[in-house]
Design a protein around this ligand. Sequence first.
Ligand code: NAD
Length: 506
Amino acid sequence: MTRDVLTRLGIEGLQSGACTGSWIETRGEPLVSYNPTSGDELGRVRSATIADGEVVLAKAKEAFAAWRMRPAPLRGEVIRELGNAFREHKEDLGALISLEVGKIRSEGLGEVQEMIDICDFAVGLSRQLHGLVIQSERPRHRMFEQWHPLGPIAVVTAFNFPMAVWAWNAALGAACGDVMLWKPSPRTPLTALAVQQIANRVMRAHDCEGVFNLVVGDADVGSWMSDSKDIPLVSFTGSTAVGRKVAAQVGSRLGKTILELGGNNAIIVLDDADLEMAVRAITFGAVGTAGQRCTSTRRIFATRGIAAKLTERLTRAYATIRIGDPLAEGTLLGPLHTKLSVAAYEKAVAAAREQGGTVLCGGKVLERAGNFVEPTIVKAPPQASFPIAWEETFAPILYVFEVDSLDEAIAANNAVSQGLSSAIFTDGLRASERFLSHAGSDCGIANVNIGTSGAEIGGAFGGEKDTGGGRESGSDAWKAYMRRQTCTVNWSGQAPLAQGVKFDIG
Ligand code: NAD
């Protein structure tokens, strides 16, 4: 089955890792992609060197000169076909995500659906991209804002959303008239190759090769992108530690960044919450994607009247979770991505115990092939004395804290350095409004009676503080992919200056 999926997606043998529509002969080290379910090798890609990246960038710059002059709605037509091509290949693309990342089938397919959705969104956007008309203080003058494309954009992505994050950036960027250089995670090169093959066919049919480009490489290639003055925007999705380096490098040349970094997301559960709804949302948020989403639920703040019932019900729900092959029917928890992730899980569970936490369920690595661990609930002491909960451990570990009040819960939610996603479960209007108010959650995403993970593409996505402050996807996130120009046209036959300034020349 694995070979069939790879063959249908055009992935066979040692593949080149750089493409501008045509594949370039790359000169870097071979990267091996492993199936985290079995530990078996899935395929190999010869990574790109910085010199290969330069070749790709030169082609992208050429393509930009033509692409930006294609009217935006016609760019949208091309993106419509890209979305349709993803629709045709949805099953295989979803299966490949399961094979290379370990997501369960439904989540793999969901990620492909997200690519399709953002293409649809970008098609509509291509008929908008509108600026403002602003009243001028000078007679017979017209003042307005317009938006222009930026140029070649670096899209550096993380392993855990190996297709969707590219699509958020690429579909919007392409509608805006930009061209993209994609550097995927070196741990998920095959998903990137499969997407590039599909994009190549669509772009070739429209004579616009060089809009979507691929540069598979490691940190050196990412770092080269951060330094390159010919890349006006670096959209980076990954850990806070690497994001800090990217921000410093791009900032030092006064380039633009979109930073989508780590999260450490909490759900507040108040005494009046609908327990069953909360349990569903928490279990999906903490166990879904094996706890490897930036929006995964890691911390629960439950008030004292519900905390015991909640942990008891969660523990029962966890006992029913089927762990195994992510492509098998009924599996809810697949493997972690790598052996390093398994080691990080073990270290976090040990730290939780040392710091006074009680493991209520899970806590162990499974004795079988692949990178499987048990979903874990830890009853935690107060957060201030439990430093492990301040870190983002990319694994299915949930810390449950008891709190006395909503105020205490909000303060604890906001105490960590990350600020991505947050949620509250309550039937109380005052409590939910307080949570959403200026004095409430400080995160980029704040939900009521919905968990922290599983955002829709229509909203702007991203977070504050150590999460980086970037926004991608819906709403007006497109503005980050363009440059704003303020224009004033004088049709008066006079030359008045603003603010009444006189400057009469003889
Ligand atoms: P990572 O930071 O290890 O790698 C991300 C990307 O950065 C990879 O492509 C990697 O090759 C590249 N990279 C590494 N060093 C670089 C450098 N010096 N310069 C430029 N690029 C460099 O992250 P990961 O382990 O792949 O992904 C997990 C992390 O990503 C988690 O922290 C998660 O929260 C975060 N994430 C955030 C979002 C979001 O939208 N906020 C979404 C997905 C993942």
